[in-house]
Design a protein. Structure first.
Length: 104
């Protein structure tokens, strides 16, 4: 099975540029199955928390309007090479996604 989360954290001057790609269907609950015409149940990521060395630096609440396989990019001031950036995400069904990367 492929990784559910791909991450990269690179220094750009005095900030860290973080990029995260999460593999997830992100179903809104409003789309119909083409064959059965029944609604596909909602299944989407609703919370994403980013940490730098264990300290929360981003806490986002998402909804069903985010695209399939969402990409998240953000920058953090005050980090150094070797620091750890972690991402924790939870979907509306309780599935958890975790990832960690070392700043390069």
């Amino acid at each position: 099975m492929a990784e559910a989360m791909k991450m990269r954290a690179t220094m750009e001057g005095d900030v860290v540029d973080v990029k995260v790609l999460i593999q997830h269907a992100m179903e809104t609950g409003l789309r119909k199955d083409a064959k059965t015409e029944k609604l596909i149940p909602a299944h989407f990521i609703n919370q994403v928390v980013a940490t730098l060395n264990g300290k929360t630096v981003l806490d986002a609440q998402w909804g069903g309007g985010i695209a399939k396989n969402p990409f998240l990019g953000f920058r953090i001031k005050g980090a150094k090479p070797g620091d750890k950036v972690g991402i924790n995400a939870v979907d509306n069904l309780g599935t958890k996604f975790d990832g960690e990367v070392v700043v390069a």
